[in-house]
Design a protein around this ligand. Sequence first.
Ligand SMILES: [Fe+2]
Ligand SMILES: [Fe+2]
Length: 444
Amino acid sequence: MVETAYLPGQQSRARWMRMDTARILKRFFFCERALIIAQSGWLAGIADLDVKTILPRLSWQDAMTANALRDRVFELRYPSRLIERGDDAPVIEVFEQAIHAPSAEALILSLARVFKPALLEAYADYLEYGDELADGPTLRFLGLAVREKTEQIAELTAFADRLLAAAPEKLVEAEAWTHALAAALEAAGGLTLEPPHPAETPVELPGRRPFELAHKPARDPQFHLCRFYWPDVVDKDFPYGDGLMLQLRSAVSHINEAWAVETGGAILHAFADDLDWEFIYDAARWTYDESRHTRMGLDRLRAWGFEPAEIPLGTYIYDSAYGQDPIIRLGMLFYFETKNIGKKNQRAAAFAAYGDAVSQHDMEFDWADETIHAHYGSYWHGKLYEKLPGRVPELESLRARCDELVTAMVATATEADRADIRRVAEAMIEKARRIGLNETNADS
Ligand SMILES: [Fe+2]
Ligand SMILES: [Fe+2]
């Protein structure tokens, strides 16, 4: 006798089979990837120092999520290592429009109101319907992503409010851009657990500006803006110094790693399509690290009592790569950031001797990051050298070229530049002496 009766299996946890799950996660991966590239490419074009140095943390979180999504897709589709946009293109393409925002304000507003909420909602739905028994590994990292996206939306909303309050003339355009993106997402069926569909009629994106890297970095006008951020850069007689001078110089160097944040973002964007996903993953971390170094400097200076207007914020290393192939920017980041790696431990020891625990702490952690960056630089230069022969010079000539460009930039310093930075530095040193004296008096 043939059995025709079966046990029932229509249970809710059987909603998605293995390949359905992989497809949903693959869709999420491409959406995250698009936002990481947009957030990174824009860093040099964002003036506000908080936004410039906090956005890299968001990109790094997104890169961690995207990497977990991608790994999970490979696990589920084993042995295939193929990850393609396929039928998900309509929704991915809307995310890829983010970078073409008409202004930094419009970008931040669209992230706060459209893109991050779409990801948050999709991840929350996934968690609601996902099956822990079959797919626990995904639920763990998407649970974390839900918490991060919730925090990101709050931070981005505050940033959008602040940026638009400072530039109200950009509000109408930013709102129109954001509404149009929401409509475009909706027209593609939204970012959901179901496949998207091509929009019936294409949605116009008002104000869309094809992305271009800011070759002149936008800088926060609260600070003392200049090209050369300490006299010793343009005046060989001005000492790097020790004691209080070294404490100040080191903090000013740290905050001036703003150029490294911009450069990390610029190369992530520039080579995202030439190199594999692993490059984006590394470059997001690299940029995040540089943003932490920048904030270390800001934090120490603020804790000592310096106001932004007293702190010099220069541009000369970023400026040195003006109009150059992005490989030069990779060279600058690799070369100028790792050049002093050997001195960092000495400096940390000097700070320990001064009883300056916070400078020591920052320098020690910076050292650990730089050892990772040295690896990123040589590894990804090597990959680009293989991939783009003719365009990418050998490491030694790349270094020599970077040196040459920076030397040429320093040679353009005028007497006015020198006088300006000397005045700013001397004012800082004098204030630092007063602070140091008060401390000593308070102690005795
Ligand atoms: Fe750094
Ligand atoms: Fe670095």
